[in-house]
Design a protein around this ligand. Structure first.
Ligand code: TYD
Length: 209
């Protein structure tokens, strides 16, 4: 990141069906009522190229890709999002609330798929230029509960065995434990309003931009 950052980057992470989109909407309302510019985005996606990559990877007729190709497509979409949307918004002083970011790749492609951590870190670093979130909110939920909530057999990732989703969850929790200053872990079975309030409390306590 070159120069001081004026805005704040908040990311939301979690397994399937954890309620990330609902939390993003709740936080967006809270941040707007405080008069800040708020930019929301989701990964993969959020740009023309990113949405096309999302469709290629996760569309209903998409076959499960090679795991290295998967890593590089997710991070390619991220590179476009960071340069086109996230950095300009942060430079304007906005609060950016992103549904998934670098920690999805660490949880799914490293802890889930078993790609070497150094390779995942390198891909994330190239894609983002080292841009880290100010805060990452983990919506933690047992995988069987999340997949039950999703209630459909959607993309190939949702069809992965329960063990894969258990590794993803354990990976997220391990990351959060190692970096408590950046992470907030919330029990996703709480009502949406309680989750949004708890997350907003931590966002409001971030050092002033
Ligand atoms: P998303 O649409 O957020 O899934 P959901 O909202 O159903 O939880 O994300 C799509 C899938 O992509 C999800 O299974 C997680 C996966 N994913 C990765 O494996 N690595 C990544 O870097 C990202 C951003 C997503």
């Amino acid at each position: 990141m070159s120069g001081p950052r004026r805005g704040r980057l908040v990311t939301i992470e979690g397994g399937e069906g954890a309620g990330k989109t609902t939390l993003q909407g709740g936080l967006e309302r809270l941040a707007r009522s405080g008069g800040r510019e708020v930019v929301t985005c989701r990964e993969p996606g959020g740009t023309h190229l990113g949405e096309r990559l999302r469709e290629a990877l996760l569309g209903h007729d998409a076959e499960p890709p090679d795991r290295v190709a998967e890593l590089l497509v997710f991070t390619a979409a991220r590179a476009q999002l960071v340069s086109e949307v996230v950095r300009p918004a942060l430079d304007r002083g906005a609060i950016v609330i992103c549904d998934r970011y670098i920690d999805s790749t660490i949880a799914y492609q490293h802890h889930g798929r078993g790609i070497a951590r150094a390779d995942v870190d390198a891909a994330n670093a190239v894609a983002t230029g080292g841009l880290l979130p100010d805060l990452t909110v983990l919506l933690d939920l047992p995988p069987y509960e999340g997949l039950r909530r999703v209630g459909r057999v959607g993309d190939y990732l949702e069809r992965e065995p329960l063990d894969f989703h258990r590794r993803v969850r354990a990976g997220y929790l391990a990351e959060a434990e190692q970096h408590p200053a950046r992470w907030l872990v919330l029990d996703a079975v709480q009502p949406p309003e309680a989750l949004a309030e708890a997350a907003w409390e931590r966002i409001a306590a971030l050092p002033a931009a």
